[in-house]
Design a protein around this ligand. Structure first.
Ligand code: ATP
Ligand code: MG
Length: 431
């Protein structure tokens, strides 16, 4: 049966000549449900399978009709819509057009959904006929571009949320400076908004470095991550530039805070709904939060200075990364105030001890570091020609690859590491 004759919408272009569509919808909003039913009626000759439900119900379908042309799905109730969308897209037949509806009106969400292979996203409430137009548009686009989006699998990988945890092996090695610079460079490279989070709720210096206000709500959000919504993120994440946002707190020194189990992971998952890329400045003084952030990270940068205590602590943190985030990609960097040529510990010593190449050697550049602090801007903006920026560039390029190729955090067994350090330390003292 030809759909052309039965379609009453004169604006329809993409559907001409196509048989009646096989369509399903899972929608929990009653107004939207009525509008979608009306729009799908003519497209499907009244045969659309429309259910009161959302993406959860769609994900529960074990076997999809092989000839399914169109799926409309409500994102309501999903804690992680992008991950759910990616899972759903892989489950439905390859040629099926998938359109999401939801309450969040956010271009970042739209972009993430299309990156995992969804064809469109309509924010609720939408007008009568809007879904019919969206369906037309999707089919028309597919006809023009010839079939479903190429390499959905690689799009899914590209769109996966990424958290880079930046860990300083010792105090003052330049972890915060590096975290800010990397986030700024990554945002500019990807043309995508990147969020910096300072997890040192008491003594973090990230907001100060960017001349932004610390916000008390960060602690509350860590306590109750299920209460984080788009509005909260909009209020707490402060915009520094087109592609750089930051959040951090300034808890009173007397306020005790103990993160409940999985707090950081839950929090990061919620915030990833708005920001695909998060760069986390991880505190050393809070082992619980430190462990949780490492656990939830896809990428980890461990920064050490060229000192014996620095290398010892880098080894201990490397072991922690290996234990709690074995799938994360680990990068090692050297930095700090001691210049490489003047230090007793050499980069080769770090590599030998950690059994890991040094991915990035951040030079000491006090003038550039100071000027960044003085103007309250990321170093790449305040001092773009600094050697620090140059050294970070390959690292930023390495981060701009699809996630999931991790596994390089593998550390040799703790015993042999400590054995190495003992020998290494003794040799150093004899020098
Ligand atoms: N590569 C560098 N060369 C010279 N000075 C630097 C460099 N990186 C950072 N600094 C300066 O060193 C100081 C400490 O830097 P930063 O706050 O980034 O270190 P950190 O490791 O985060 O310290 P903390 O342990 O307090 O969190 C700052 O004054 C910063 O401007
Ligand atoms: Mg710091």
């Amino acid at each position: 049966m030809s759909a052309t004759a039965s379609m009453e919408r004169p604006a329809s272009t993409g559907q001409e000549g196509r048989a009646a569509l096989s369509a399903m919808a899972f929608v929990s909003d009653s107004t939207a449900l009525a509008r979608i039913s009306a729009d799908l009626f003519s497209l499907t000759l009244g045969k659309a399978n429309i259910r009161d439900g959302a993406i959860d119900a769609a994900l529960a379908i074990a076997e999809w009709p092989r000839d399914l042309d169109l799926l409309i799905v409500d994102l309501a109730g999903s804690a992680d819509p992008i991950a759910d969308a990616a899972a759903l897209k892989t489950a439905v037949p390859g040629g099926c057009i998938v359109i999401a509806v939801g309450r969040i009106n956010d271009v970042a969400l739209y972009r993430d959904l299309t990156a995992v292979g969804f064809n469109d996203y309509l924010a609720l409430p939408f007008a009568e006929g809007a879904m019919a137009r969206a369906v037309d548009r999707a089919f028309e686009l597919r006809e023009r571009t010839g079939g479903p989006a190429p390499s959905v699998q690689s799009s899914i990988k590209d769109a996966l949320p990424r958290t880079l945890a930046v860990l300083g092996a010792r105090g003052g090695v330049g972890a915060t400076t590096a975290a800010v610079a990397i986030a700024a460079m990554l945002g500019a490279r990807l043309k995508e908004e990147v969020l910096l989070i300072d997890f040192d709720l008491h003594y973090g210096s990230l907001m100060l470095a960017l001349d932004l206000e610390a916000i008390d709500a960060l602690r509350e959000a860590l306590d109750q991550p299920d209460r984080i919504d788009a509005l909260f993120i909009q209020q707490v994440a402060q915009k520094k530039s087109d592609y750089l946002y930051a959040m951090g707190a300034e808890e009173a020194p007397t306020s005790g805070f103990q993160a409940r189990p999985h707090a950081a992971g839950d929090f990061l998952r919620s915030v990833h709904r708005r920001f695909r890329w998060i760069v986390a400045d991880v505190p050393r003084g809070d082992p619980i939060l430190q462990r949780q952030v490492i656990e939830a990270s896809t990428d980890i940068l461990l920064l050490t200075d060229l000192s014996l205590p620095g290398v010892r602590d880098a080894m201990r943190l490397q072991q922690l990364v290996h234990d709690v985030a074995p799938g994360a990609k680990l990068y090692i960097a050297t930095g700090g105030a001691i210049e490489a040529r003047r230090s007793a510990v050499k980069v080769a010593d770090v590599e030998r001890t950690l059994k890991h190449k040094v991915d990035c050697q951040i030079p000491a550049d006090t003038v550039a570091a100071l000027s960044a602090v003085n103007v309250g801007k990321p170093l790449p903006e305040a001092a773009p020609s600094s050697g620090i920026v140059k050294a970070l560039r390959p690292l930023v390029a390495a981060l701009d690859t699809p996630g999931g190729d991790g596994g390089s955090s593998a550390a040799p067994k703790a015993m042999s590491l400590f054995g190495n350090l003992g020998r290494f330390g003794r040799n150093l003292k004899r020098k």
